[in-house]
Design a protein around this ligand. Sequence first.
Ligand code: NAG
Ligand code: NAG
Ligand code: NAG
Ligand code: CU
Length: 317
Amino acid sequence: MFASRVISLLTVAALVAATFAAPAPVVEKRAACTNPLQRKAWQSLTDAEKKAYLDAELCLMWQKPSAGFPAAVSRFDDLVKAHQLQSDLVHQDAYFLPFHRLHMHAHELLLRTECGYKGAQPYWDETSDAGKFTSSEIFDAALGFGGDGTGTGNCIATGPFANYTLHTGPGYENTAHCIQRELSDRSSLASGQSYIDTCMAMGSFAQAWPCIELMPHSGGHGGVGGEMVNPISSPGDPLFYMHHTWLDRVWWLWQQEGLPARLKDFSGYTTPRKPATGWVNATLKDTLNMFGIIPNATVADVMDPLGELMCFEYIDP
Ligand SMILES: *[C@@H]1O[C@H](CO)[C@@H](O)[C@H](O)[C@H]1NC(C)=O
Ligand SMILES: *[C@@H]1O[C@H](CO)[C@@H](O)[C@H](O)[C@H]1NC(C)=O
Ligand SMILES: *[C@@H]1O[C@H](CO)[C@@H](O)[C@H](O)[C@H]1NC(C)=O
Ligand SMILES: [Cu+2]
């Protein structure tokens, strides 16, 4: 169904271009993306696909850092640092969705280029687990991300990432610590379909992003708890990438309700709080900083998942 939508969009765009000699850029850019990576729901992956992803994540966790952050010990840490060091610039403002789209892309790219992963970044279809995270198969010890935190430290004790030591976080600190979790079915209710429906009904990006950032965004963070509930160092739990890829799909589902206009619909302030000199409006030309992990990109570069920079599509659960 998704593929046919893309094709019909291309067809319509081509017809429009032919008839009115109207904006060709959208069509030209899309021509560069002929074989999009297929981002699938975790729940619909085969066991072999799940294992390949978990193994690749472990590879990243044991890979040497290369972005030059003094505190980073692994390549995985590099990605946590990119979030930690600018968390106050990329939350509660216009950059929230674009930055996290690029961050997911960087993670996917590193898995593929540095860890031999052949697949795409999967997403966690949290909607189907809302209100009952504790029984989600994503926490499986053998073919999942391990279970809840245990003991006084809330360290995860099962699964591939048990006993892993993070060196970035918690928060702005850089201390050796375990991956913590504190699952909450109640908080996970915020991942429910009704919240997504509310955001899907928003008529502009200016309304859609704060809606998505509030709920469903808080569902995955609060529902998993521990590292994930820390707004600064949450990428320390590998589930962060499953959660934010799901949110990115929500943004893309919203964008697809108004193509091609929503490939350019971007607005909001550059900071969460008003600077002394007054609010500044964000623009499509603004830079998203990846600290050399991958090249910086502009907001415009990430507006289209099927564009030149990235080339992926979401497969329904
Ligand atoms: C984690 O470490 C503890 C203590 O060394 C050990 O008993 C346990 O088996 C380890 N768990 C895993 C999943 O490796
Ligand atoms: C910033 O954006 C708002 C809302 O779109 C608009 O009303 C305002 O004029 C813009 N400010 C500047 C300085 O462009
Ligand atoms: C990336 O963006 C940041 C913030 O704008 C900037 O300081 C940095 O120099 C850029 N890096 C590169 C390699 O251009
Ligand atoms: Cu974030």
